[in-house]
Design a protein around this ligand. Structure first.
Ligand code: GDP
Ligand code: MG
Length: 453
């Protein structure tokens, strides 16, 4: 971990969202924050005490408001921090920021306050990420889960596993360093049992982490089907607004149309696409190519068919799969039989997951929402914490390494391999919380934050 001293040049940023508001906050962090703030306010600041004062620039009053000093290390960043709470005018806040920058501060990069909090040991990496997740949370469920991550519940689970792994590594490394010991430590069932236990705990954590990732990052769902089956109508009903143009002319939708919605607390990006058919029309053909690409990327593909067309569903879906270059039987497919209002009976035979709806009457839409949720694999009503794809990847790396370690153990001559795989698993866990981290990883994580966080 980098020491505080290396990173304490003075940084400043507007911490409240852009636009007008009752209050606007400028945050200042680093060595000399107090003396700069006292110069700008001509007031004497006391730690954790709100001081009502004017903010000056070149003898002129810019604004007035509250100023609060937080002394090192008892602040968000762990450095000397001052918060200026003025009026929420973008112009005035910018002027205050300019004043601070003219007198020794510089503009903070996105996420730099959180990055410093991490570098100064105020929180680990997963907790810092949880701040961004909390700010971006799209539902109350996601916000609660992000808060639990921020409080360290996810990190604690990772750390517990890392501690177990560390103990095991010490044991195994000892076996390598002292090969002449009478007992062959690795032949002992203890190591195998322990690896098995860790694998189980890792699998449990991975399952919950995947749920947490869905809650944070959501899933991409694409509507696909022949023209006029009601894809755009379904998008409008699910979105609760007339986002897409609906007509009875085939070939209306050409561009991809994306709407963000929440289903069961989970963010979903729903994408409407051009109807699949053979066409010589150039623009429509380009739209169809986009539809194909989008379907490749989707986590769930809603293949929409028209109930009033008397057809073999499996055959129709296969035909659409060929048209869109998908594998027949693709597990991501959920067949949506639309226009149920036009048929009196339901006699449908298909090997796909299927759902009957009417975009016109709204029948079956609630079940469709549930099916989408199930198909994405989102099950937990109350997900214990938020997580990211990065965390899922790291846990998968750890899991694969433990499996390799177990193979190595079965082959008694591979003590070094067991040790190496355990080290890889341990490292992967360290990357999640940031005890093991590459600089480019940090840069990538914090650059996704907004400025002032
Ligand atoms: N009766 C009935 N008509 C529908 C339903 N859904 C869509 N339509 C009609 O089908 C036509 C094509 O709909 P649209 O959403 O544009 O289909 P798309 O080409 O797949 O996007 C329009 O005239 C819609 O009003 C439905 O559930 N029942
Ligand atoms: Mg359409």
């Amino acid at each position: 971990m980098v020491s505080a001293g290396l990173h304490s040049d003075l940084i400043a940023a507007v911490a409240t969202p852009p636009g007008q508001g009752g209050i606007g906050i400028v945050r200042l962090s680093g060595d000399g924050a107090q003396s700069l703030a006292e110069k700008v306010t001509q007031a004497k600041l006391k730690p954790r005490t709100a001081v009502f004062t004017k903010f000056f620039h070149a003898g002129q009053v810019l604004d007035e408001g509250l100023v609060i000093l937080f002394q090192q290390p008892n602040s968000f960043t762990g450095e000397e921090v001052v918060e200026f709470q003025g009026h929420g005018s973008p112009v005035v806040l910018q002027q205050l920021l300019n004043t601070l920058c003219e007198q020794g501060a510089r503009l903070a990069r996105p996420g730099e306050f959180s990055e410093r909090a991490y570098l100064n040991g105020k929180m680990d990496l997963a907790q810092a990420e949880a701040i961004a997740d909390l700010i971006a949370s799209a539902s109350a469920t996601a916000a609660r889960a992000a808060m639990r991550s921020l409080q360290g519940e996810f990190s604690a689970r990772v750390n517990a596993l890392a501690a177990g792994l560390e103990k095991l590594r010490i044991f195994v490394e000892a076996a390598i360093d002292f090969p002449d010991e009478d007992v062959d430590i690795l032949a002992d069932h203890q190591v195998s049992t322990k690896i098995q236990q860790l694998r189980q705990q890792l699998a449990d954590l991975l399952g919950q982490t995947q749920q947490g990732r869905l809650l944070t990052e959501g899933a991409s769902v694409t509507l696909l089907g022949a023209p006029n089956t009601g894809k755009s109508s379904l998008l409008n009903v699910l979105a609760g607004e007339e986002a897409a143009i609906v007509t009875d002319l085939p070939g209306t939708t050409r561009d991809l149309l994306k709407v963000d919605l929440i289903i069961g607390g989970m963010p979903i990006r729903l994408v409407d696409t051009a109807g699949l058919r053979e066409t010589s029309e150039q623009v429509e053909q380009l739209g169809i190519e986009r539809a194909q690409k989008q379907a490749q990327l989707a986590e769930v593909i809603l293949v929409v068919v028209d109930a009033s067309q008397d057809q073999d569903i499996d055959k129709e879906v296969s035909r659409l799969c060929v048209l869109s270059e998908l594998r027949v039987g693709d597990k991501r497919i959920l067949v949506v039989v639309n226009k149920q209002d036009l048929v009196s009976h339901m006699d449908i035979n298909t090997t796909y997951a299927v759902c009957h709806v009417s975009a016109k009457t709204g029948d079956g839409m609630e079940i469709l929402r549930q099916r989408i949720q199930q198909h994405v694999g989102f099950v937990a009503q109350e997900t214990p914490f938020t997580a990211r794809a990065r965390h899922v990847d790291a846990l998968q790396v750890a899991s694969a390494a433990l499996q390799q370690a177990q193979y190595g153990l079965q082959n008694k001559h591979e003590t070094e391999i067991v040790a190496e795989e355990l080290r890889l698993a341990h490292n992967a866990l360290g990357e999640i919380v940031g005890t093991v981290s590459a600089d480019d990883l940090l840069g990538k994580i914090f650059s996704e934050f907004c400025i002032g966080k």
